[in-house]
Design a protein around this ligand. Sequence first.
Ligand SMILES: Cc1cc2nc3c(=O)[nH]c(=O)nc-3n(C[C@H](O)[C@H](O)[C@H](O)COP(=O)(O)OP(=O)(O)OC[C@H]3O[C@@H](n4cnc5c(N)ncnc54)[C@H](O)[C@@H]3O)c2cc1C
Length: 239
Amino acid sequence: MTANASAPLTLFPLSDGLGSVSLVQHVGDDKMITNAARVSFGGDNLAPLSARDEKLIRYLLRHGHGSPFEHNLITFKVVCPIFVDRQVVRHRVGVSKNEISGRYVELEERNFTPPTFRKQAPSNRQASVEDDGTLDQEGAARVWEEAWRGAFGAYGRLLALGVTREQARGVLPLSLYTESYYTFNVRSLLHFLELRDHEGAQWETRLFARAMGELAEPLFPVTFREWRALHTGEAPQGA
Ligand SMILES: Cc1cc2nc3c(=O)[nH]c(=O)nc-3n(C[C@H](O)[C@H](O)[C@H](O)COP(=O)(O)OP(=O)(O)OC[C@H]3O[C@@H](n4cnc5c(N)ncnc54)[C@H](O)[C@@H]3O)c2cc1C
């Protein structure tokens, strides 16, 4: 994953210069999480995050106390292929989305082409496996390119004929890039990461999930450290 030096808060998960995740804004921090939990017994406070607070975050995560992790937000701008977006948008709880409209604007010529093609997994019907050298990579790239050229060309021709944008876009493929603002809270983001930065998830979606996690982690460092420790089973460093 590469970071853009002039805009350090943007990551390019697919390394094609088109797909990106940018950190737009955030509200809240680890302290707010402990204050939201401590308000139940009148113990919220303005002191800096303490070792006791860190222990509390660990306790909350380990015992499934989710609501204190909801008093914050992280907004990303996500530019991703439509097939990735279709998976991200399935996350309904604690996630807000606004997307570019192909009814308002003529869609840009932005196509994702896999740098390498994978094969269908033999056992898991949803999954893929790396090419074992038997896949005609060049042939696959040629077919992909022809399909894209044909579809995007048809889109342009329909518009030139006077067909409305909302109908003409119907010929465009899932590899077309779309762009959205997504706002998560930490609870919904961690749930998203558990499902989408997982070996069972689609590789390209996994790269986008990882980028979101990477951008959010410095904003809630203790929460992410404890959450990673919980999910890897490793003791957190320095805790
Ligand atoms: C590897 C993988 C493969 C997938 N394959 C498919 C597929 O083939 N087809 C397909 O359609 N989807 C598929 N999905 C999508 C999946 O079923 C979920 O819709 C998606 O991951 C969002 O998860 P979620 O419902 O937990 O998240 P959210 O929608 O954010 O919900 C968060 C949590 O809130 C609770 N919740 C939300 N809505 C309800 C509700 N209506 N009733 C009760 N509790 C609720 C649940 O506890 C849920 O876990 C796949 C997901 C993954 C990760």
